[in-house]
Design a protein around this ligand. Sequence first.
Ligand code: TRP
Length: 453
Amino acid sequence: MAAPGRGMWGSRVGFILAAAGSAVGLGNIWGFPTQVGRGGGAAFVLVYLVCVFLVCAPILIAELAVGRRGRKDPAGSLEAIRPGNWKLVGVLGICAGVGILSFYSVIAGWTIAYIYFTLTGAVAGSPEAIGQFFGGFVANAPLTIGLTFVVLATTAGIIIGGVRDGIERMTKALMPALLLLLVVLMARSLTLPGAEAGLAYYLKPDFSKIFDMSIINAALGQAFFSLSLGMGAMITYGSYLDPKENIARAAAWVVVLDTSVALMAGFIIFPAGFTIPGFDPSTSGPGLIFAVLPRLFATMPGGELFGAAFFIMLTMAAITSTISLLEVPTSYLIDSRGWTRQQAVLTLAGVTFLLSIPSALGNGASAFFSSLPGVGMAFLDLMATVWNNFALPIGGLGLSVFVGWVWRADEALKELEIGGGMPGAALWSVLIRFVCPAAIAIIIFFTVRDLLG
Ligand code: TRP
């Protein structure tokens, strides 16, 4: 039974925008184009779409169903449906929320700084100069730590207001603005002279790459992260959903919005990138957003404004995601531990801030955290690997086994059929029982193998 006074979304649109806001983030606008660049262009896009529809959409639906039936945080919801050790899957997700937020908020802080840098024309000059500017900026400890604090404080300030008056109200304002900015930037990029080269790269697949295991692995991981799956964010958001609402229909909106934004980000970045002489998407890595795009903005008429608009959009996308990352552990402390919302939010934001400091320092400010002895990785990259490449897939595997076999797909379908039935129920139950666990188990295997090999 839901605790009295527990939060609930005010409307269906409010829920969809909040869930889509969680999904749409740095992962779509920064991560997706970076992965497309590494994975060789259109072939990656194709594999990504298959992963979204066959593996991720069924898990999204499953997470929402668990939350709505359990009516609690991820651990509490699993426990409410089947008492026992399954709640540990939820606990792992709650830890992942803090872990991911700790490095995600560092990067979100960079995007805030770049609003200012592009607006004032601070990022200018040769490609090398722009790259060096980025390197110098991320190595500035007081500045990047300060900005991380701003991100966490903003996030905490929003979710302290609660589900409806905090999260829903904020995402309802930010998401339409974000979509509008995306369309404007896409129109600008597609009409640049020379945009065709980027379009060809982005849309014409090299079919020999489609069965490349490392591409499939990267695409599934990216799709998981992009849809905020594997750590119970969607369990938490589903737990605030009206008991009469149809889950699959709402989930379809979230999938379409998230995937469209990722695809649109590609339509902004590749046509623009390819107009720069010597642009190589496969080697630009994280610099794609912070070095390649500013280079473009610096040479474009009105570039300061477009540049600032781009980073404003990226910051908004990031904040609606940090909200969901913090809300998951918050809901756990409230629902399963009896804390007040205020205590939970402030404590978690504080802990996350402390944990974010090594990630902020590991980009040149501290030699130790920039290349951890024995690991040879920056602290931020280590955190991203642990949480994104391991915790999320393990959580997703646990969740699909739980829903498909423990709670059982036919029982879950009763929750899904509320409010207008469940189209494709038979297909969903095959996907959640067989396809999702098998696909995730395979990517975990390949991730471990790549790490050891
Ligand atoms: N989906 C967000 C992005 O694409 C990040 C995110 C928010 C997330 N909440 C999550 C990822 C929960 C995994 C799990 O940027």
